[in-house]
Structure formats: structure tokens, C-alpha cells
Ligand binder design. Structure first.
Ligand code: BGC
Ligand code: NOJ
Length: 812
């Protein structure tokens, strides 16, 4: 069953039934001020860091689901309702939510009153703007009582949830004109406050939560709203909220627009106060002024739309498949931008207090957005590299507010260094900006420790070769890409975190075939880079190590029909026919086939066929098979999940593209495409009841074939799945791949495709590429012409900027 539909012209997903199988959300803001908003108006805002600067409160995992948000209550005579259905849940006469590119509109109609709320964060603004449009479609005069509502969070989202003996006494607000200011802790160590305004004189307000709701009432029945009268409460401690009360009289056919601004301000120490205990409001007022009319708001929205037009024009596809085009052109790119901004911090599955920016995650996310905003990718690379250690090791995560490595989350994930090479080479290939390699970048953010970024890549490369195990394969460390395959952890204490607890790495023989394949792929990128910058000695040295690794993998990593996954602490095989459970894993087979290891000997084809046979299912490729059915202390967290979930035989959508790309290495476009379609959300819209999460974005995991309910997705939005699927479809299936000195066009498509068209902006020129597949082939370029001129090979060379070129590619 469907709960809505795509509106591709407007780049929106339109939800027409508020009872979606799970809240279907959107993200607002893409620089400093962010909000999450669900299809019924649930969600929250924060400034830069969802943990340390939480502006409004949200209740995760609550009853009912999705509790807390930016709500509007309308009291219309006998009826009290909300435009987004929730929280009142009064049946609406009609409902529609449109999630667009960083904006959302939610419209409800009840008893002849239309109420539409537009939510967005204007560009370069530390505020969320909400425009409420009310329209009277009846023949009678309507007298409406409008209550807004947000609940303040006391800034640190973790402390906000636990330290009530303090929290209930700290809350402070100020109310001036139509603006409610939240200034808890501003007096002492904070230099920031928040505010919520409306561009109309208010008839009343509330700022104390219990006064607004009544102590024993839920979000659905605030006593003030039911009574139709605010109580003008001023919060002193307890839980400060902000609610404006406005009376609106609408003649038949008349409409009215109100603009609310929910903003955040920072003041320097000497500018904090207007007078004793009265905060300096000038910055808040300036922002409010920028959006004090509906016209100004409409202009700001138009600017946001234009910004997105520009971003999405860099790569556009016409394949003749709507479901594919809308993912490639709109939603997959959008999700990549969101993962760039949020990493894995805040979604409806990530509470915003657990994780900062991941070292490996952020590098991988980069391949999904680097073509849109290369300058921000550049900055991101420098930030990430600055948290690296001088031996090439890395903090696994860093906090966005401080940009410092987060020691609580730990270190020693031995795949991490490789991803810096992956991210950086992707950036240089896209932008041609070799100057980034000369940037001085510190180790562990310590001033004075700076070396060039190129040197960081070198220590990354060397980190693998300096940490080889008994077979000459990379030591796994705490874990490789699979955070849950904890080969050195041996945890028996349920209160320990698998990610951070003390590991037995001393004397460990745990080696990873996933890192081995990753090393060969990224190592070759590094070699090519060294070659480009003319560092031939390093080219040779690195190539030598890669060749050696390829041989070691063939010798010790091949199990007969597929690549094994690892060697454990004791040196025993993991992911081998010899094992009782989990005889085969996806990751090593993905990376080793992407690397083409043993292709001549038939290993690539064989490994991929084994994946097809043992791991594929109706809902995608599962991570391992057969799943673990008991706890293996020597494998760690992976064996804690019930069969079919998460890293234990779930369809982990992040790694399915590795197999897709592996299939393109083998030239099997039909298989690559089949795998792509199986997990692509727009193809799953019809089974939304089962799939549960949004049909416009990828989820991290779909329950695998051994789960209780195969096909049910979880953890939508913030996942490396977004970037990896975008990378696989655009660069390997469509085959349009930036390289140092041009744009490769070498598709690998299903034989029934007659061709496709892509417009690609690259290094200042625009290429209108038409691919033709006259003979029903899957891979191979017969000819490539630019403006009619035949070019040798499959690379469009760099052409003079500012022009449009017609490229025709005919497949074999
Ligand atoms: C999850 C992983 C995640 C890790 C680190 C585990 O519980 O299963 O997917 O990467 O935690 O947060
Ligand atoms: C999610 C994490 O964010 C990512 O870094 C990891 O690779 C996967 N889980 C697999 O465990």
C-alpha cells in the first residue's frame, strides 16, 4: 500500500495519509541550524551539534511514537485540531504533507478552514521559519484561536534527559512583544539563547509547560487550547516552552499569513546584556526583521529552491525509468547532502547524543556530494584529517562543534585510514584541485604538528602495511568496516560497549580480508595520485605493496568458491566452508571483487556467483549466511543480533553496492541492476506497509531472509548507503566516472536498456552525454565522440570551460 506519491516536477514527496507506517521525515537546514520534521510536525532543532546545542526537546522512543515537535493548535468553536493531524489527532477533512528539498509543508483542512504550515531554514540563517497560512473557505465569518507550541531543550540533550534534580530549577525565559526568549544558563557559561517569534501582536502566551498542558494532559489536549485561553505563564524552572496565542478573524474566502521564527543567537561576552539580567536581543531582532512579512519568506524560499536547482543540475539522468530518474536526480542526491551535514548524529533512529561525525562515514559520504559542493568537501577532508594520529591511526569519531577527535568512542578501527585516501582522491578527481595535497594539516589537532595532506595519505597507506598479521593480511584492530565484527573484544560484560571496551590486540592474529580488498582499491587510487603529482618513487613503493597484497589474498584469502571474511584472534578462518555458521560474508567478497583480485583465475566470477547463491534474497543481499544463532565471544557484537537483523544477516544496504560494483567489474550489468533495484526505495513504494520507512530515502538495513519479518526496513536517512548507491549507479552502472584528467564513460547496464542520457557538469564544462546500446550489450564502449569528433578510449578529456559539449557513446 502507498501513503503518498512522488511529485518530480516540484521535487517533493507528497504524503496523503498521516498514519504512515513510521514517521516519514525531512531535514531542514544545511549549514549551521538544523531541524528534523516529520509528516505530522514532530521533530526538533539544533545548532550544529545535536548533542551539545539542542534547541527544542524531542522524546525518542515514546508512546505514542513521534512525540514533541513544532505544533500549531487551532481552536475553531467546538473543534480543536492541528494541521498535521497530530498531536490533536482530530480527523481532518483533508491532509497533505509535502517534503521537498530542505523544506516541508503540511496542510490540513477542517470545517472549511485550510491551514498550511511551511517549515524551512533559509540559507545562511540561524533560524527555522514557519509560515502559517489560514484560509476560510466557508460562507461564514470564522473566529479562530491559534496557539503555537515548541518545548525548549536545556541545550545539552544528554543532560536534559537525566539530570532533573538540577534541570527543574534552571529554566529561564523573557517575553517581550511577540517574542519568547529562552535563556537558561545564559547568565553563566553560555553565550547563546534561543527565541520564538511571530509577526503579529499576540493576545497572550504561555512559557510554563504544565500551565500550558495541565500536568496530566498529553500533547493532544493542552488545557489552554481546549479552554481557548492562554494563561500568560512565565516559566521559572521546570520545563520552559513557548506558545503564542493569536486570534484571527477571517471573512468568507479570506486568508491570512503568519510568520513564526524559531532562532538561535550567540553573543560575545561583552555584548551579552542589554541591562542587568535582560539579554541583548539585537541579533534576534535583526533576524526576525528579515522574515517579518510573508513576501520576505516567499523570497527566501525561492532562494532555497534556486540553490537546490543549482546543486541538482550537476548530474541529471534521463533513463526512461521514472523510479530510477527520481532517485538519481533528486532523492539520492538529497540524502547524500543530508548525510554530509549530519553524518550519523540525528535521525529518528539516531538520538543525536550518541555519535558525532564518523571518520570512515564522513569520508564515504563525500563521494555522494563532492560534485555538488566541492569547496565544502575540501573543508571536510581537512577537518577529518586533522583528527588523525601521526602513525596513520584515527579517532573513530569527532564532534562537529569542536572538530576534535572524540576519545570516548575510541580508536583502532583499522579500516579508517583507508577511507581518507578514498575521500581525498574522490575529491581531487572531481575538482582537479591538487593544491589540497599541499595543505598543512595537524595530527590530533595539535598546533605545530602540521604536515601536508599528502603526508596524511602516506601515513594512512603505511598504517595498513605497518599492521599486517601472520598471513601478511591487514590486522583488523577493534573492527574493520563492520563495527560489529569485534575479533579482539571478548566481552562478557553486558554493560561494556563493543566499540570502546579494552581489546586484546596484543598477540592477536585477527586479520581482515575486507581491509585487504579496500587496501588494494584505495591503494591503487593512491598510486595513481602519486603518479599524477610526479612522485615516482612513492608510486613504485606503493605499487609493490599492493601487488604483494593481491598475492596474499589469493593465497590465504580464497576459500575455493569465495573470499573468506577474516582470520580470528586465534588465526582461525571466519566466513569459510569450514565454519558452522556464517560461512560466507558480503564485505570481503565485495571489496576483493571490486579490486578484481584473481579475476583471471576466475575468482571474481566465482565469488560473485556464491554471493548470488547464498546471500541474495527478494529484499537484497544479506550480510552473512547462515546467520549466527548464538553468541560467539570471539566475534563480538555481530552475534548478538537475532538472525536477520543488522550486521547479523540483515540486508545491510550500505554494502550491497560493493557487490553491484563487483558485478560491473565482471561486466554483468543485468546482475548489478537487479541488485540496485531490489533495495532502491522508489521501487519499494508499493510495499510501504512492509518496508515501513520513507520510500524516498534509503534505510541502513532491511530485515534479511532469516528475520521474523523479512523486508522490514530500519534506520533510514543517515547511512553510508546513500553515497554508496549513488556512487554505484552513477559511476559504475551508468559508468560516468570522474578521473584525474577527464570523465570516463563506461557503462555496465542490463542488455534490455537501449541507452540513456546524462547531463554532467564537470570542471567548468557541461557534457550532454547520450549512451546508445544498439546491440543489447552490457559493457564495453565501441566509440565515443565529442561534438562529432571521434576520441580514442572511454575518457572525455578536459575541455575548455563554460561550454556545452555533445558526447555520444555507442556500446559494443
Ligand atoms: C551497530 C553498528 C554501528 C555501531 C557503532 C552497532 O550497534 O550495529 O551499525 O556502526 O553500533 O555505533
Ligand atoms: C554503521 C556505521 O556508521 C558504519 O561506520 C559501519 O561501517 C556500519 N554501521 C557497519 O557496522
Amino acid at each position: 500500500m502507498k501513503y503518498g506519491h512522488f511529485d518530480d516536477n516540484r521535487r517533493e514527496y507528497v504524503i496523503t495519509n498521516p498514519r504512515t507506517p513510521w514517521p516519514w521525515i525531512n531535514y531542514l537546514g544545511n549549514e549551521d541550524f538544523f531541524s528534523l520534521v516529520s509528516n505530522t510536525g514532530g521533530g526538533y532543532s539544533f545548532y550544529k551539534d545535536a548533542k551539545f546545542r539542542r534547541i527544542t526537546r524531542y522524546r525518542y522512543n515514546n508512546v505514542p511514537m513521534d512525540s514533541g515537535g513544532k505544533y500549531f493548535y487551532i481552536n475553531d468553536g467546538d473543534t480543536v485540531w492541528s494541521p498535521g493531524w497530530k498531536p490533536c489527532k482530530t480527523e481532518l477533512d483533508s491532509y497533505e504533507c509535502r517534503h521537498g528539498m530542505n523544506y516541508t509543508t503540511i496542510k490540513g483542512v477542517k470545517n472549511g478552514v485550510e491551514a498550511e504550515v511551511l517549515y524551512f531554514v533559509p540559507l545562511k540563517t540561524w533560524a527555522e521559519v514557519q509560515k502559517l497560512t489560514l484560509k476560510n473557505t466557508t460562507n461564514e465569518v470564522k473566529k479562530l484561536k491559534i496557539f503555537s507550541f515548541v518545548e525548549w531543550c536545556l541545550w545539552n540533550a544528554a543532560a536534559d534527559m537525566e539530570n532533573f534534580q538540577r534541570n527543574f530549577s534552571t529554566g529561564e525565559v523573557e517575553i517581550e512583544d511577540s517574542v519568547i526568549y529562552h535563556k537558561t544558563e545564559y547568565k553563566e557559561r553560555r553565550n547563546h539563547y534561543a527565541y520564538y517569534s511571530v509577526n503579529e501582536p499576540i493576545r497572550g502566551f504561555d512559557t510554563d509547560r504544565e500551565t500550558f498542558f495541565g500536568l496530566y494532559n498529553g500533547f493532544d489536549e493542552p488545557q489552554t487550547v481546549l479552554e481557548g485561553a492562554p494563561r500568560n505563564s512565565v516559566a521559572h524552572g521546570w520545563s520552559p516552552v513557548a506558545s503564542h496565542y493569536i486570534e484571527v478573524e477571517l471573512q468568507p474566502g479570506e486568508s491570512k499569513e503568519l510568520v513564526y521564527v524559531l532562532g538561535y543567537v550567540e553573543n560575545a561576552d561583552d555584548e551579552k546584556w542589554e541591562s542587568k539580567n535582560i539579554i541583548n536581543k539585537s541579533k534576534a531582532k535583526a533576524t526576525i526583521e528579515r522574515f517579518n512579512t510573508a513576501e520576505k519568506v516567499d523570497i527566501a524560499l525561492a532562494e532555497l529552491r534556486a540553490y537546490w536547482d543549482k546543486l541538482l543540475n550537476v548530474f541529471t539522468l534521463k533513463s526512461g525509468e521514472d523510479k530510477l530518474d527520481r532517485m538519481v536526480n533528486i532523492w539520492n542526491q538529497y540524502q547524500c547532502m543530508i548525510t554530509f551535514c549530519f553524518s550519523r548524529s540525528a535521525s529518528f533512529f539516531e538520538s543525536g547524543i550518541g555519535r558525532g561525525m564518523g571518520f570512515r562515514d564522513s569520508n564515504q559520504d563525500l563521494v555522494g556530494f563532492v560534485h555538488q559542493i566541492p569547496e565544502r568537501a575540501r573543508e571536510r577532508i581537512i577537518d577529518i584529517a586533522s583528527t588523525q594520529f601521526s602513525d596513520g591511526g584515527c579517532y573513530h569519531q569527532y564532534q562537529p562543534l569542536t572538530k576534535k577527535g572524540n576519545n570516548e568512542i575510541g580508536q583502532g578501527f583499522n579500516d579508517d585510514p583507508m577511507w581518507l585516501i578514498f575521500g581525498t582522491t574522490s575529491y581531487v578527481k572531481e575538482s582537479g584541485d591538487f593544491s589540497i595535497l599541499d595543505e598543512p594539516v595537524p595530527f590530533d589537532n595539535k598546533a605545530g604538528s602540521e604536515v601536508s595532506l599528502f603526508n596524511h595519505l602516506k601515513v594512512s597507506f603505511d598504517h595498513v602495511i605497518n599492521n599486517l598479521g601472520p598471513h601478511g593480511l591487514p590486522l583488523s584492530g577493534r573492527a574493520d568496516w563492520n563495527d560489529c565484527l569485534n575479533l579482539n573484544c571478548f566481552s562478557s560484560d553486558p554493560n561494556e560497549s563493543f566499540q570502546t571496551t579494552e581489546n586484546k590486540t596484543e598477540g592477536s592474529k585477527a586479520e581482515s580480508l575486507m581491509i585487504a580488498g579496500l587496501f588494494v582499491v584505495c591503494g591503487r587510487d593512491y598510486v595513481e595520485l602519486c603518479n599524477q603529482v610526479g612522485n615516482l618513487a612513492e608510486t613504485d613503493r606503493a605499487q609493490h605493496h599492493i601487488d604483494a597484497m593481491v598475492e596474499v589474498v589469493k593465497k590465504y584469502g580464497w576459500d575455493g568458491d569465495w573470499f573468506i571474511r577474516a582470520y580470528d584472534y586465534y588465526g582461525r578462518k571466519v566466513g569459510s566452508v569450514e565454519n558452522e555458521e556464517s560461512k560466507i560474508f558480503i564485505e570481503s567478497n565485495g571489496w576483493c571483487t571490486m579490486a578484481g583480485i584473481g579475476q583471471e583465475e576466475g575468482m571474481v566470477a566465482k565469488a560473485l556467483d556464491s554471493v548470488k547463491e547464498r546471500l541474495d534474497s527478494d529484499h537484497g543481499i544479506v550480510l552473512n549466511n547462515p546467520p549466527f544463532t548464538r553468541y560467539y565471544i570471539e566475534y563480538g557484537e555481530i552475534s548478538t543480533y537475532p538472525p536477520g537483523y543488522k550486521e547479523n544477516a540483515g540486508v545491510f544496504c550500505h554494502n550491497n553496492p560493493w557487490i553491484m560494483i563487483g558485478e560491473t567489474v565482471q561486466g554483468r550489468g543485468d546482475r548489478a541492476w537487479e541488485y540496485f533495484r531490489k533495495i532502491c526505495p522508489s521501487y519499494l513504494e508499493e510495499i510501504s506497509d512492509l518496508h515501513k520507512t520513507e520510500p524516498y530515502v534509503y534505510a541502513q538495513m532491511i530485515a534479511g531472509k532469516d528475520a521474523f519479518l523479512p523486508g522490514e526496513a530500519k534506520n533510514s536517512w543517515l547511512t553510508g548507503t546513500a553515497a554508496w548507491n549513488y556512487y554505484a549507479i552513477t559511476q559504475y552502472i551508468l559508468g560516468i566516472r570522474p578521473t584525474y584528467n577527464g570523465l570516463i564513460v563506461n557503462p555496465c547496464i542490463p542488455p534490455e536498456w537501449k541507452g540513456f542520457c546524462v547531463t554532467r557538469q564537470f570542471r567548468g564544462a557541461t557534457y550532454e552525454i547520450e549512451v546508445k546500446n544498439p546491440n543489447g550489450g552490457m559493457k564495453g564502449v565501441a566509440s565515443l565522440t565529442i561534438d562529432g569528433l571521434l576520441i580514442e578510449g572511454d575518457i572525455i578529456p578536459l575541455m575548455p570551460k563554460g561550454k556545452i559539449y555533445k558526447v555520444e557513446v555507442v556500446m559494443l
